[in-house]
Design a protein around this ligand. Structure first.
Ligand SMILES: [Zn+2]
Length: 458
């Protein structure tokens, strides 16, 4: 009888600090040993990872599965299958559902949905919105991974809290020991500019970018950082898109404030000149910005200002996504099945190292959201969440083959170099060369003991 459940041999293990030719032994869902290839025990399954890189499971800390409420766009089954297909072993789902995940009852309902459908592990965000103050404690004690505050308009039309209310909520979250992720856009400026552009008949795709100039993000990032400083509330800037926003995060880190930031592949690869070709398909909030913003975000990746990469997977139907009036088109696009290949392509092009990618996509999100070292690393005793990648595989993004219900993408047809070959969730292979095991059940991850956030920088 084999003594281990799974052995992965022949590959190169990538950690934030090293690349090592070692074999992994997995038992009962955990990493049981890290040894030389010769010293592995017999196992029920052996993966020959010769020529592949073995990464700690990729964590996508920002997705929208639309379940409950808007399951025609996506549900936990299709969304988590997309995660497995994309090489992602753990996702954090945002709370802008119908109804929003805003109190103990709606969180319970979401847990019921997720636990019956998820293929990979998941964390769940609780909502901070108008009237949320009294629900913070119940949500944090029920296991939310953190809180999400929409400072601007979003799918689900959740009204942003007033500045006073937001400040009070930050204080309450600080007491819970969790962190607040903000969608940092100034609602008032966006509304004003949108109305003006529409009145002038400017409803072409690029008008979306014109309605959200850099100051829209920069002002909100600055305000959120001031509130975090005042309340000592750990703050996370979701989907950073601008040079000005990045600079404010950089200064906050210099000032040793508890601030982390995430950006997404689309802000690192697309820019506003591409509205001409991609049209409404590339509409997302915050908007994709200029080439110089894109360059500034790469600098922020290099110097440690940006801590993590998340996809902001935001599925819609193609009909909702396409309109002659850009302001009528839905915001967001699916990202779970393109994020890892797009970023591995950037690794192959020399924009970042594979080790830096592991920091950004696994170790840092696990640390910031307090699930490290259960996840986010390959160590004896950690969950056996592993993403095995083939850096030499060349392909083209084919959105019609997505597992997501949204079978379209602004990246459709993009050439990629580097693909996930296996996705392994707590020792079970949930994706093998594109084939997903949808029978697998993911589990909810909850934040561990309170710890000071120290993420790996470049
Ligand atoms: Zn989002």
């Amino acid at each position: 009888m084999p003594s281990a459940d799974l052995v992965i041999r022949g590959g190169t293990i990538v950690t934030p600090s090293a690349l090592v030719r070692m074999a992994l032994t997995v038992k009962d869902g955990k990493v049981a040993a890290i040894t030389s290839d010769e010293n592995v025990p017999s196992a029920e399954r052996v993966i020959d990872a010769e020529g592949f890189h073995v990464l700690p499971g990729i964590i996508d800390s920002h997705v929208h599965f639309r379940d409950p409420g808007l399951t025609y766009k996506e549900d936990f089954a299709s969304g988590s299958a997309a995660a497995a297909a994309g090489g992602v072993t753990c996702i954090f789902d945002m709370p802008n559902n119908a109804p929003p995940t805003r109190d103990a009852a709606t969180l319970r309902a979401k847990i019921e949905v997720a636990s019956s459908k998820a293929v990979v592990d998941y964390g769940l965000f609780g909502l901070l919105s108008v009237g949320s103050l009294s629900d913070v404690e119940a949500l944090s004690s029920s296991g939310v991974i953190g809180f999400k505050c929409y400072m601007g308009e979003t799918t689900g039309k959740i009204p942003p809290p007033s500045d006073g209310e937001m400040l009070e909520q930050f204080s309450e979250v600080a007491r819970s020991g969790l962190a607040v992720a903000v969608h940092a856009e100034n609602d008032s400026i966006v509304r004003y500019l949108t109305q003006k552009l529409r009145a002038e008949g400017h409803v072409y795709p690029r008008a979306h970018y014109e309605s959200r100039p850099q100051i829209v993000e920069e002002e909100a990032v600055g305000r959120a950082i001031l509130y975090a400083k005042d309340t000592s509330c750990p703050l996370h800037i979701a989907h950073l898109s601008s040079a000005g926003g990045a600079e404010l995060v950089r200064r906050a880190k210099t000032d040793r404030l508890p601030v982390t930031a995430e950006t997404a592949p689309h802000y690192l690869i697309l820019d506003e000149s591409m509205y001409a070709d991609l049209g409404s398909l590339m509409k997302i909030n915050p908007s994709v910005k200029s080439r110089s913003d894109r360059a500034a975000l790469w600098d922020a990746i290099s110097d440690g200002t940006v801590d993590m990469i998340a996809s902001d997977h935001s599925p819609h139907t193609l009909a909702e996504k396409t309109s002659q009036d850009i302001f009528e088109a839905a915001s967001g696009f699916p990202g779970l099945e393109t994020s890892v290949p797009l970023m591995l392509t950037q690794v192959n092009r020399g924009r970042l190292s594979l080790q830096r990618y592991v920091q950004l996509a696994s170790a840092n999100p696990a640390r910031a959201w307090r699930i490290y070292p259960k996840k986010g690393c390959i160590e004896v005793g950690s969950d056996a969440d592993i993403t095995i990648v083939d850096l030499s595989a060349r392909s083209r993004i084919e959105s019609k083959r997505f597992h997501s219900k949204a079978k379209w993408s602004p990246f459709d047809g993009f050439e990629v170099e580097g693909l996930p070959a296996y996705t392994i969730s707590r020792g079970k292979v949930v994706m093998d060369h594109g084939v997903v095991d949808t029978l697998r059940h993911g589990e909810m991850v909850v934040p561990g003991a309170r710890r000071r956030v120290t993420t790996h920088s470049a």
